[in-house]
Write a protein that binds this ligand. Structure first.
Ligand SMILES: O=C(O)[C@H](O)[C@@H](O)[C@@H](O)C(=O)NO
Ligand SMILES: [Mg+2]
Length: 382
């Protein structure tokens, strides 16, 4: 099953999500953005697909690295192809990113599933076909009636519980919000949510990512009084020793690393250093489904949970193939956006959630993304 082609289709689609200057999402007017679909095709004519921002699969990256590694190879050799791509990273002058590895690895998994007519999580080894989601709320904002006050967070949390969520994670206020960051305001938002939803809903926070050790400790101590399940990324994850210090000084579980580079190798160091109580992985963060499963198994060997960062099918399949994670991160959510509307280039949601808060893994082959190829063709940019 030899790979004969690797191609990229760039297309436009409509979204109401806008990124702020820190890269965090907020609602805004509908606008056109560009998305890329990577297609990997074998001699049999079967293709696998994966999506990412166009810059992740720039023509020079595809030509210099991806095609060189993949063309002429057996598409089933995902482990070898991933290792070969990962080795290219060192000599790529930082042009071949973990994000690119992730989109290639996901397309290879999708290709394998479409070829065998099997969903990816069943090929990895299925553990469950539905999983509880937590509602991952967008970062706070200064939008009237949006997420501008602790009361806004409390009201929205009530709405999410009525939708069926059994867990809620707050991303609190961060710059460019004019007065952020502010530990006291973070705790007021968390207290308002706890007050709104009662004691039985799981709550977590994903806070401003550059607090000092002292501020992170103050935040964590306040969350302990509110019965939160974990504190996430309150300091720069490049300082593993700061997380070791925080974990030693807090009772609330510290989860990480999410954004730190180094894939499963660096996450092994966090475990060894005692820098986290719950490990974190994410298909985009560690370079694919292949390394995400390595991270999940690493955590299991140390008796730890490993919670998966991010939504979309690729992360859902990792969760569905794993015992030692409790949640699927469904988001990002905002009072002014209807998450269940999905994306206009997919005909149906990749992560449909029932009224009890369970996300059901689509049993369509591969990653199971219900791709609207007509939309992509009709809105093709290149
Ligand atoms: O842009 C980001 O930092 C991520 O989207 C982030 O907001 C969110 O996905 C996250 O951190 N989840 O844990
Ligand atoms: Mg996070």
């Amino acid at each position: 099953m030899i790979i004969t082609d690797v191609s990229v289709t760039v297309f436009s689609h409509t979204t109401r999500r806008h990124s702020d200057t820190a890269g965090h999402a907020h609602p805004g007017p509908a606008h056109q953005v560009q998305q890329a679909m990577l297609t990997i095709t074998t001699e049999s004519g079967q293709s696998g697909y994966s999506f990412c921002p166009p810059q992740v699969v720039r023509p020079d990256v595809i030509e210099k690295f991806v095609r060189k590694v993949l063309i002429g190879q057996d598409h089933r050799d995902r482990e070898r192809l991933w290792q070969d791509l990962a080795h290219w990273q060192r000599g790529s002058a930082a042009q071949l990113t973990d994000r690119t590895l992730a989109v290639v690895d996901c397309a290879l998994w999708d290709l394998a599933g479409r070829t065998l007519n099997q969903p990816v999580y069943k090929m990895i080894g299925g553990y469950r076909d539905k999983v509880l989601a937590y509602g991952s709320i967008m970062c706070g904002d200064e939008i009237e009636g949006g997420l501008a006050t602790p009361e806004d967070y409390g009201r929205f949390a009530q709405t999410l519980v009525e939708r069926g969520y059994k867990g809620i994670k707050l991303h609190t206020w961060m710059p460019p919000v004019s007065w952020a960051p502010d530990v006291a305001m973070d705790l007021k938002a968390c207290a308002a949510v706890r007050e709104a939803v009662g004691p039985d809903v799981s709550l977590m926070i994903d806070a401003f990512h550059w607090y000092s050790r002292v501020d992170a400790l103050k935040l964590g101590r306040g969350l302990e009084k509110l019965g939160f399940d974990w504190i996430e990324e309150p300091m720069d994850e490049q300082s593993m020793s700061s997380y070791k210090w925080l974990s030693d000084n807090l009772d609330i579980p510290v989860i990480g690393p999410e954004s730190a580079a180094g894939k499963h190798w660096h996450r092994a160091e966090w475990i060894k250093a005692g820098a986290c109580d719950i490990l974190r992985t994410g298909v985009n963060d560690v370079g694919g489904i292949t390394p995400a499963m390595k991270t999940m198994h690493l955590a299991e060997a140390f008796g730890m949970a490993c919670e998966v960062h991010g939504n979309t099918a690729m992360n859902l399949h990792v969760v569905a193939a794993s015992k030692n994670c409790r949640w699927y991160e469904r988001g990002l959510l905002h009072p002014f956006l209807e998450y269940d509307d999905g994306f206009d280039y997919l005909k149906s949601l990749s992560d449909p959630m029932d009224a009890e808060g369970f996300v059901h893994v689509p049993d369509r082959p591969g990653l199971g993304e219900d791709i609207d190829f007509d939309h992509i063709e009709n809105n093709r940019v290149s």
